[in-house]
Design a protein around this ligand. Structure first.
Ligand code: 13P
Ligand code: SF4
Length: 304
């Protein structure tokens, strides 16, 4: 079967079996083409809450499928590839954060959505890269314990100097592969290009950025900009998507090593198998975890 024929079969099956496909922007183009909704983590969470279909297939990583299940508990939620986790989400657990909370009892705990559902049960509110600033500004507390991504936390803290932030040393191993030496090399090779980076990047990279934002933020900025060349400091699939969307502009990766193996774990064949009922993982969560994490996610949607 060709890619086009597989895509046609997926489209037929998802209609027949009442499946809605959500795909994160880091997925491959052939997967984004068969999805009903594509976007960054925030857009996917908001759309997951609105979906009317019987089954939701999340093409992304585990915490995204769990968020989807929490927002749509009565639906069957499938993770496209059971091996697609997020190393950042696994970095901190509930027991650790409960101990940290005891050290900082008067701090609001803000959790990046890239956390486990169990950890979310002991946090006050979730954020994504596109909603973190707005949400942290609105919180009544002026003391914030931001977990687990210290790079995103640092970027937010610098923009809200009136609040006190405590950061822990977690983060995305994929974005952490890029350093100031990559910026120097890329800028020397493409002196007229704007540098657009994700806030999961280290401060030494963010410091040189012309724009910092979520995956959707980066894509929107590049599409609307009058500039013709861009260095992209996030998962390299965004370079491909942008190049396809804007053929008259040029896009370069900040580093060829910024590839997330977990986001790349899902293939079009995985999507086909999920639609055929023979692949993926049905997400099941304890009721206590669902209710505890839902409070944190609902707060994000309310404030975001
Ligand atoms: P956003 O989708 O919020 O840009 O986050 C990127 C990411 O790393 C998702 O895991
Ligand atoms: Fe997790 Fe980073 Fe991959 Fe996103 S890019 S899924 S944060 S490891």
């Amino acid at each position: 079967m060709s890619i086009r024929e597989i895509q046609e079969e997926i489209r037929r099956l998802k209609k027949e079996n009442d499946i809605c496909i959500l795909a994160h922007c880091y997925q491959a183009p052939e997967i984004l083409e068969v999805a009903d909704f594509t976007g960054d983590s925030y857009a996917l969470a908001v759309n997951a809450a609105k979906v009317q279909h019987k089954t939701v297939l999340m093409c992304g990583v585990r915490f995204m499928a769990e968020t989807c299940k929490i927002l749509s508990p009565d639906k069957t939620v499938l993770l496209s590839n059971p091996d697609a986790g997020c190393p950042m989400a696994e970095m901190m657990d509930k027991v650790t954060i409960e101990a940290v909370k005891e050290m900082y009892p008067d701090y609001a705990v803000v959790a990046y959505i890239n956390t486990t559902s169990e950890l979310k049960t002991v946090c006050d509110v979730c954020v994504t890269s596109s909603s973190a600033l707005k949400i942290c500004r609105q919180l009544t507390s002026d003391k914030i314990l931001f977990i687990p991504d210290c790079n995103l936390g640092d970027w937010i803290a610098k923009q809200i100097p009136e609040k006190e932030f405590k950061l822990l040393s977690g983060g995305c191993p994929t974005h952490a592969r890029m350093g100031s030496e990559d910026v120097e090399k890329a800028k020397a090779a493409h002196p007229n290009a704007l540098l657009l980076v994700h806030p999961e990047c280290k401060p030494e990279v963010a410091a040189y950025a012309d724009y910092i934002g979520s995956t959707t933020g980066i894509m929107d900025y590049a599409k609307k900009s009058d500039a013709k060349e861009f260095i992209i400091g996030t998962e390299n699939s965004i370079v491909t998507h942008l190049q396809m969307a804007c053929p008259d502009k040029r896009f370069y990766p900040l580093s060829k090593s910024c590839i997330c193996a977990n986001m790349k774990a899902t293939t079009l064949i995985d999507v086909l198998h999920c639609c055929q009922g023979t692949g993926g993982e049905v997400i099941e969560l304890d009721e206590d975890i669902m209710n505890g994490a839902r409070r944190c996610i609902d707060k994000m949607i309310e404030l975001g």
